[in-house]
Design a protein around this ligand. Structure first.
Ligand code: F6R
Ligand code: MG
Ligand code: MG
Length: 392
């Protein structure tokens, strides 16, 4: 029987600025998903947050892009906004719900979606990643490392099942086009695209040998939907692991050297992606509204349900003290980048700043710009008019 894992997220308001959703919002969402379990719409669920974003994780039998599942998520976000975030005047209440025109799918309306439908294997480990203060292209380096770099994933060299490579589905977020590239044969072309994460982002990865889905990521760019700055997109991603896919440890290794990603303060800066535990208060942003961070939740998907350590409670995969070292590195990089202030490349480049509030400020300067021509200095001009001496 086929199982679908749906991860749908949105920022619909938070406490202390863009810090963390109110606990009542999380409880409300869990209650609604519990009700959906009793009606049989979903089989299991987990509600959490990544910084100020609420993440709904559900398993069901309805397939991807199902109107009832998307409708459930949409209603949860709407109700939380109306019944909790707005009455408590939480910050950015309803922020990511960009339109009221729900017609069966939340894609394009603001929330981010990652979904995978698959036939359960004998045993099926999955990892769900959720990031705050960054964009979908933040997964480009980790996904390249996980599925295409033999320096990261030993299985690409050692395991015959992985050696036939993977197919990357890459979206051009500006042109709304998609291209498929097969690794290892087309790796260099793939990197040609993934190196521009603001424009190209990986939507899915499949195993080349049999087309089996390996990963799925959200690709929502809020600013492209809204045509203005609405915070960063704070993407989510599902990765299947082990027995013919990269091992859990190979998947996590891709985060050991923090990639520099776009987002952070005002969605306008580059910073290191810090892997954090979702226990002990690490899963919130503070320094300069960041740095951008990512949590990793591990489950087995068994008989259509999420099986964690205790019921649906997932394994906290970045809790190992090893990751303290990575967090320390990320903090050093973050502080170093901030010494550059508002200069590129610490601040995003001109094109990416288009959707922020900076153009409004630069617009006011426009009338003060005057035509400029290169004029000779007075000294150079007088020298030019002096008679030339005769040379014998
Ligand atoms: C980034 C983010 C924050 C805000 C910043 C200013 O995604 O959400 O860094 O951009 O705190 O927020 P406003 O303009 O709401 O005061
Ligand atoms: Mg927010
Ligand atoms: Mg956020």
């Amino acid at each position: 029987m086929r199982t679908t894992l749906s991860v749908i997220k949105a920022d619909v308001g938070s406490v202390a600025g863009h810090y963390k959703p109110h606990n009542e919002m999380l409880r409300y969402a869990q209650k609604k998903l519990n009700e959906a379990k009793t009606t049989g719409l979903i089989n299991s669920s987990y509600v959490t947050h990544a910084g100020d974003d609420i993440i709904l994780i559900m398993t069901h039998r309805k397939g991807e892009n199902d109107p009832e599942i998307h409708g459930l998520a949409w209603n949860v976000f709407k109700e939380i906004t109306e019944n909790v975030a707005k009455p408590l005047k939480l910050y950015g209440a309803g922020q990511d719900l960009l339109s009221d025109a729900f017609s069966g799918n939340v894609r394009g309306l603001g929330p981010g979606v990652a979904e995978i439908e698959f036939e359960e294997r004998k045993s099926d480990p999955v990892i769900v990643f959720a990031a705050d203060k960054t964009e979908p292209g933040a997964w480009n380096i980790p996904l390249y490392r996980i599925f295409a770099s033999p320096d990261n994933t030993a299985g690409l060299v050692i395991d015959p099942q992985l050696q036939r490579g993977f197919i990357f589905e890459v979206l051009d977020l500006q042109e709304s086009k998609v291209v498929e590239l097969k690794t290892p044969e087309e790796l260099y072309m793939l990197l040609g695209l993934l190196g521009t994460p603001g424009r190209y982002a990986v939507a899915r990865v499949r195993r080349a040998a049999d087309g089996e889905p390996a990963a799925s990521a959200s690709t929502t760019r809020l600013s492209l939907i809204a045509g203005r700055y609405v915070g960063k997109d704070d993407p989510v991603m599902i990765v299947r692991a082990q027995a013919g896919f990269p091992a859990v440890g190979e998947v996590l290794a891709a985060f050991a050297v923090p990639p520099i990603v776009s987002g952070w303060m005002r969605g306008s800066h580059r910073g290191p992606l810090m892997p954090v535990s979702f226990k002990n208060g690490q899963n919130v942003v503070s320094y300069f509204d960041g740095p951008p961070r990512v949590i990793a939740m591990g489950w087995q998907v068994s008989n259509g349900k999420l099986i964690g350590l205790d019921g649906e409670e997932p394994a906290d995969l970045f809790a190992d003290p090893f990751w303290d070292y990575v967090r320390q590195k990320a903090a050093e990089i973050a502080v170093y980048l901030r010494t550059m202030g508002e200069f590129e490349p610490a601040r995003l480049g001109h094109e990416e700043m288009e959707y922020t509030t900076l153009p409004l400020i630069l617009e006011n300067l426009k009338p003060r710009f005057k035509p400029y021509e290169e004029k000779p200095t007075a000294k150079a001009a007088s020298k030019k008019s002096e008679p030339k001496e005769d040379v014998d």
